[in-house]
Ligand binder design. Structure first.
Ligand code: ATP
Ligand code: MG
Length: 627
């Protein structure tokens, strides 16, 4: 065992060491420097920002901006710790609108690199250059704005330098740091140079349309084409942006961008809220993609909780979680066929331009807009008496429902079909060519329905599609009736943690709304006295525990909903038409119309697609037509 050290005198640390310790928290790698410098440039009102790197940013990071500049007499102050022009009081901090507020970044960077500041303000006769090592200031040449140069990062702290990865990896992190800024500031242009070559350039685009363009520039056209617009208010939280359709999900969570009041954040509440919105439509471990901007009163969020400001703390995390979930859920619910018909989502430009059979059954339809008529394609289709008759279509689906043995009692009769479904049918009464999912032409091997629309061929997985329709019906029915609660004959008690005890006490109202009654039996024991009727067969303690855990963090409605949805999904699977059942054309058409009107009908209950479009171009390519 080591002997206790003799006591040393308490001393104040030297300034440089204090800054180096602070830098340990703020500056992890070149990308952290890039983030801080671009933050500063944006705070200074820059319209054009140029980043130049050498050696992945390890040898040189230079950020040039055309912002307001720093007056010569303030140059040395800018490098001091706790020196800032952005706040002066605690009130300022609580409503801070700038990226920076601590007056720490430049001091931290300066303590672990060779830094210089070159800056000129409006009206100044010349620019001035400050050497961060010597503190020397001298006149220099430059237009209005600021250039910060950071050389040999961590040269004075070799231990840190050893943690750096390859130049390419560090470069990728630097680019990612600028991407995060670029996605939220489309009015600012960004250019990134590495070793004298330009590696990224994003021109400025003003306004709403410009923002979509910026998303396309940074994340690719595909991102915009396969995502839906989001603009949703929930209490004090406003969520805007774009969320990818389930088809666009990726193996990695590398396209999830969330911003709170313009600041990029990585936040558990936000990620979890988004994830739960996809729960019902995403297959397996796939990761959704999104770029979402949350706007709320600055007093509802504390940005001063993490050294790099990448984490925040919400005053009410439940309201944020709910806003995220509902915003995305609502937007995703609209069937793609409806969005395409209304022009709310764009078709990817020329994604079938490859013209290979490999793009056969591409998940994203890629043909001319739906409005193009049959005659334009030179393919008049024979009059079909039933496809244009909504009443007949309804009767047909009613017949389908009648065959759905297991769910008969749960299945709402067709007369109660959702309002939008009915209007959809009647709106298109005389315009069969406008039906996004087209007109049924055949059934294939008892598994697929084939239909033709203006773009070509539609292939529908009959069972998967019908399963979703039944499932959505059941959910809707449950939503409109209040969650009914069933008292347990014998209350189920369990040993609770202090956290669970206090949540049960503080949230009894919410619990009750969810159909749960949980109360204290003793100081360390909770008893479940009632559960939602639909979940009465399940494990009451397990349900209560997961609801309490969720409630402590987010909004517990998700747990109950998830448990209920699982049951409904099982019921729906039994109720949906089986494979190998012969459908008449009328029945098939009825199913197509129902899909167009049913929320989330693009995915089956397990997140797999229910239909695919094969465009005429893709078919032509298969037969080498037009070559
Ligand atoms: N590119 C720039 N253009 C104009 N002024 C700048 C620029 N960079 C820094 N400054 C000035 O220098 C000050 C110190 O910058 P620094 O980044 O150290 O602190 P901050 O941005 O105020 O707070 P934080 O530590 O949270 O970033 C800023 O408050 C600002 O006045
Ligand atoms: Mg700063």
């Amino acid at each position: 065992m080591s002997q206790p050290q003799p006591r040393r005198t308490i001393r104040e640390l030297p300034d440089v060491l204090i800054s180096q310790i602070a830098a340990g928290e703020v500056i992890e790698r070149p990308a952290s420097v890039v983030r801080e410098l671009v933050d500063n440039a944006l705070d200074a009102g820059a319209r054009h920002i140029t980043l130049r790197l050498l050696g992945g940013g390890i040898r040189l990071i230079s950020v040039e901006d055309d912002g307001c500049g720093i007056p010569v007499e303030e140059l040395p102050v800018a490098l001091k710790r706790h020196a800032t022009s952005k706040i002066v009081s605690l009130e300022d901090l609580e409503s801070v609108a700038t990226m920076g507020f601590r007056g720490e970044a430049l001091a931290a960077v300066n303590s672990v690199s060779e830094m210089s500041l070159l800056s000129r303000t409006e009206g100044a006769a010349t620019a001035f250059l400050l050497d961060g090592q010597t503190g020397e200031v001298r006149p220099a040449a430059r237009a209005v704005g600021t250039t910060v140069e950071v050389k040999e990062l961590f040269f004075s702290t070799p231990a840190r330098r050893h943690f750096l990865k390859s130049e390419n990896t560090e470069l990728a992190h630097c680019i990612e740091a600028v991407r995060r800024h670029a996605l939220v500031r489309s009015e600012v242009s960004f250019a990134i140079w590495h070793e004298g070559k330009i590696v990224e350039q994003w021109r400025s685009h003003p306004g709403e349309a410009g923002w979509n363009q910026r998303l396309a520039d940074v994340l690719g056209e595909d991102f915009v084409a396969s995502s839906v617009n989001i603009d949703f208010r929930s209490g004090p939280v406003h969520v805007r942006g774009r969320a990818g359709t389930p088809d666009a999900a990726r193996a990695r969570a590398d396209q999830q961008f969330a911003y709170v009041n313009g600041r990029f954040v990585r936040d558990k509440v936000i990620t979890h809220g988004a994830r739960s919105a996809y729960e019902d439509v995403l297959h397996g471990q796939r990761q959704p993609v999104y770029v979402l901007y949350l706007q709320m009163d600055p007093t509802r969020v504390d940005v001063n909780v993490h050294p790099t400001k990448i984490e925040v703390r919400f005053r009410d995390s439940r309201e944020v979680h709910q806003a995220m979930r509902h915003a995305i859920e609502r937007a995703l619910a609209v069937p793609r066929a409806q969005l395409l018909a209304s022009g709310d989502i764009a078709l990817p430009q020329g994604s079938s331009g490859t013209d290979t059979a490999a793009s056969f059954l591409s998940p994203t339809p890629s043909a001319p807009p739906l409005q193009s008529t049959w005659s334009q394609r030179g393919m008049a289709f024979g009059a079909d008496r039933t496809a244009e008759d909504p009443a007949k279509a309804m009767a047909d689906l009613k017949a389908l429902w009648g065959n759905a043995d297991q769910v008969q009692e749960h299945a709402p009769s067709f007369a109660q079909s959702p309002a939008n479904g009915v209007s959809m049918l009647s709106r298109n009464e005389n315009a069969a060519q406008e039906w996004p999912l087209g007109r049924a032409i055949a059934q294939l091997q008892g598994v697929y329905i084939l239909a033709e629309n203006s773009q070509g061929l539609i292939v529908v997985d009959m069972h998967a599609a019908h399963e979703r329709i039944v499932y959505e019906r059941l959910k809707q029915q449950l939503d409109t009736t209040q969650i009914s609660s069933q008292p347990l004959l014998i209350p189920a008690s369990f040993a609770a943690t202090p956290q669970e005890m206090s949540t049960a006490e503080n949230c009894s109202d919410v619990l009750q709304q969810l159909g749960l009654e949980v109360s204290a039996l003793s100081a360390k024991t909770l008893a479940v006295r009632a559960v939602p009727t639909s979940l009465a067969q399940g494990d009451a303690v397990e349900l209560a525990r997961s609801v309490l855990a969720e409630l402590a963090q987010h909004d517990a409605a998700t747990v109950v909903q998830r448990a209920q949805n699982e049951i409904l999904a099982t019921m729906a699977c039994h109720g949906a038409v089986r494979a190998n059942r012969k459908l008449t054309l009328d029945e098939m058409n009825a199913l197509l119309r129902q899909m167009e009107a049913t929320e989330r009908s693009d995915q089956c209950n397990h997140g797999r697609p229910t239909w695919r479009q094969v465009s005429m171009r893709e078919l032509d390519a298969l037969f080498l037509r037009g070559r």
